[in-house]
Design a protein around this ligand. Structure first.
Ligand code: ATP
Length: 196
């Protein structure tokens, strides 16, 4: 079994996330991609939407995707979400070949994560290039240890972030519809998220 795991805050989940999952599925021949909404990203300072909303939005986004699932292990564990703990837990529940899927921006911080050596033992990395990062930028930054465990995931660049989407919702300017699914859009409206 080959499983990709895509962690993040997903506040809100968007097209960049789902396209990354699809691209990884193709390139790495994955059986499944598991989305892992973090309870709290220890490296992000901003206070985001409650976990319950982020989890429900993610469920809504992938409801019709047969090879994608959402896990609430990090939210159930509570506190700061450390990927190394999550990987240990996942490997115990379901022993498999795991790929930790990361955008090139997230890879920049990888050495600051808790126990990156152990993470690399538990999973390979599947890295998507995300503008403005290029393959040369990525390869120039990583250590030999990371390079040996890294697979690049080519994808059509989707130049959107959750931060940009939150600004668009808050200000009521800029387009949001192409970047969030109808289910996510409906959830945001019904629950009054991202109102300034
Ligand atoms: P924020 O703007 O709040 O930091 P984000 O849009 O970067 O959020 P995260 O939830 O932090 O989303 O991202 C989860 C993972 O998805 C990260 O590894 C990130 O690099 C990746 N990712 C996010 N957006 C894209 C995108 N447009 N293309 C490729 N990968 C992406």
């Amino acid at each position: 079994m080959r499983i990709g795991i895509l962690g993040g805050t997903f506040d809100p989940p968007h097209l960049g996330h789902i396209e990354f999952a699809r691209a990884a599925m193709d390139k790495l021949n994955l059986d499944e991609v598991l989305f892992l909404p973090a309870n709290r990203n220890p490296l992000k300072r901003i206070k985001g939407s409650p976990a319950k909303h982020r989890l429900e939005m993610m469920r809504g986004m992938i409801a019709n995707e047969p090879k994608m699932a959402v896990s609430d292990v990090e939210i159930s564990r509570g506190g700061a979400s450390f990927m190394v703990e999550t990987l240990i837990e996942l490997q115990m529940v379901r022993s498999a070949d795991y790929w930790l899927l990361l955008g090139a921006d997230a890879l920049k911080n990888f050495q600051a994560w808790r126990n990156p050596h152990k993470i690399l033992k538990l999973a390979r990395l599947g890295v998507a290039l995300r503008p403005p990062m290029t393959e040369t930028d990525v390869m120039a930054r990583v250590t030999p240890e990371v390079k040996a465990r890294l697979d690049l995931v080519p994808m059509k660049p989707i130049d959107i972030s959750a931060t940009e989407l939150r600004h668009r919702f808050e200000s009521g300017t800029g387009t949001v519809a192409p970047f969030v699914t109808p289910a996510v859009l409906q959830y945001i409206k019904q629950n009054g998220l991202y109102r300034s």
